[in-house]
Design a binder for this molecule. Structure first.
Ligand code: S3P
Length: 187
């Protein structure tokens, strides 16, 4: 039997993916609260484990090292835990191993914001996102669109546009409960 069917859908971790600054952490925390589950932010967990901020890890050890840390952390958490809400850093899902483990063991939710809405958020996040530093707006848009193609491999997506974080979390919870009922009805 395929891996996908090993973990009952009601027990699977829920993974939020999407570009930097779309609200994965804020919305993920709210989803966790509404479902009485623990929340894990991958970047925060890496920062705590290594007692360094993400920009410090990039600066001291380079992006390649950071990508290894995030991949190892995600593979471990997705393989060995259930019932969590997990927010991924925006670049993590670009790694094939990360996509594979997320799609085979979890439910993957893409927070899909349009470029038009997202670019207004840039000044708020650019300071502590090393990937955005020294890139022009055109280059950032190119990255945004390139990554969107990869994020489109998901189980479900939600467009947070026009929703405050609480309303967005409500919609996501509703969608998750619908999937639970459809695929694992309680008889
Ligand atoms: C990154 C996104 C960041 C963080 C790191 C790299 C990326 O997380 O993991 O700065 O490559 O998109 P957020 O998506 O939470 O900003």
């Amino acid at each position: 039997m395929n891996d996908t069917f090993e973990i009952p859908i009601r027990q699977r971790n829920i993974v939020l993916i999407g570009f930097m600054g779309v609200g994965k952490t804020t919305i993920g925390q709210l989803v966790a609260k509404k479902l009485y589950r623990d929340f894990i932010d991958v970047d925060q967990a890496i920062e705590q484990t290594h007692s360094m901020t993400i920009p410090e890890i990039f600066e001291k050890h380079g992006e390649k090292h950071f990508r290894q840390l995030e991949r190892d952390f995600i593979v471990n958490i997705c393989t060995n835990t259930r019932l969590k809400i997990i927010s991924l850093g925006g670049g993590a899902y670009m790694q094939e191993e990360v996509r594979e483990v997320c799609l085979s063991k979890c439910i993957v939710f893409f927070l899909d914001l349009s470029w038009e809405s997202w670019k207004d958020r840039l000044p708020l996040i650019i300071g502590n996102r090393p990937v955005l530093k020294s890139k022009s707006l055109e280059e950032i848009e190119e990255l945004f669109l390139k990554r969107k193609e990869v994020y489109s491999i998901n189980n479900s997506k939600f467009t947070p546009e026009g929703h405050d974080p609480n309303a967005a979390a409500d919609e996501i919870v509703e969608s998750i409960k619908l999937a639970w009922e459809l695929y694992e009805p309680i008889s």
